[in-house]
Design a protein around this ligand. Structure first.
Ligand code: HEC
Ligand code: HEC
Length: 227
């Protein structure tokens, strides 16, 4: 019967995805430490700012989840994330490199958190209430994502978070923007064929400042050139 054949096909497709996930490379933090030489010029300097295409601090990646680090590196490599520098860097990485670097940076987060950024002014409760929906994925205190491939946000740099949130609103620009459908649906609402942002820019700035003020595992670990 057609229906049965279809079900078998769906089951098979499911099985393939599963095998692929199983085949994901296991990372070796030690090997990753050796490969991080080309990252530390930016991710190993506290407060270092990227200047192109926009000025904001490079994200803290020490203490970020390994699965998310790999997912984001793959997104730059594939072009789902358009940031030119990270696209160039990820182009040179193999799957094994990504897994090793991810294991290294996740491990660097262990032991002591960075001090979160101070809030300049309190975030309105009404806005905080709207963020409850975000914790469905980003987890309690924005620090325990429900899926290891989702990012930790608590304690990340506010200016980076703002740029990241804006990037999910951006489509069709070769240098900026991210095409992730899950996050796009969070920041863009579509009704009657019209797109409109879920949050005003001023609200996104407050959201970013709020997330940056939460205690979490993220930090920048300063590193000597090579040991
Ligand atoms: C020239 C500076 C620079 C270098 C070198 C660099 N990065 Fe980045 N990295 C950035 C910037 C800037 C961003 C934010 C890009 C964006 O807005 O999407 C970023 C983003 C990332 C992210 C995504 C973080 C997140 O929260 O989504 C990861 C993971 C990452 N870099 C890992 C690495 C690794 C691993 C290396 C070395 C192989 C490296 N980077 C080298 C500047 C750099
Ligand atoms: C359905 C699950 C889900 C929900 C709900 C969700 N997110 Fe996300 N979020 C993700 C995923 C997955 C990513 C990684 C996307 C990518 O690869 O670029 C992400 C990425 C982000 C990033 C970029 C982090 C970085 O390090 O670059 C920010 C900021 C963010 N989310 C904030 C929010 C906010 C604020 C909300 C609520 C308005 C929200 N998210 C709701 C799943 C979700």
């Amino acid at each position: 019967m057609m229906k049965k054949a279809l079900l078998t096909l769906i089951a098979l497709a499911g099985a393939c995805t599963f095998t692929q996930a199983q085949d994901a490379k296991a990372g070796d933090a030690k090997a990753g430490a050796g490969k991080a030489a080309m990252c530390i010029g930016c991710h190993g300097i506290i407060g270092y700012q990227a200047t192109f295409p926009e000025v904001y601090k490079v994200p803290k990646i020490a203490g970020q989840g390994a699965k998310y680090i790999v997912a984001s590196l793959q997104a730059y490599q594939k072009g789902d994330r358009k940031h030119p520098t990270m696209r160039g860097i990820s182009a040179s990485l193999t799957e094994q490199d990504m897994a090793d670097l991810a294991a290294f940076y996740e491990q660097q987060g262990q032991g002591g958190a960075a001090a979160p950024e101070q809030l300049a002014k309190p975030v309105p409760d009404a806005l905080k209430d709207r963020l409850a929906a975000c914790t469905a994925c980003h987890g309690a205190n924005f620090s325990k994502p429900i899926d290891p491939a989702y990012p930790r946000l608590a304690g990340q740099h506010a200016d980076y978070l703002y740029a990241a949130l804006r990037s999910y609103e951006t489509d069709g620009n070769p240098h900026v923007g991210r095409s992730n459908a899950v996050m796009r649906s969070q920041v863009i609402q579509e009704a009657d064929g019209k797109k409109k942002p879920t949050f005003q820019n001023a609200e996104l700035k407050q959201v970013a400042a709020y997330l940056a003020s939460l205690p979490g595992d993220l930090k920048t670990v300063p590193q000597a050139r090579m040991r």
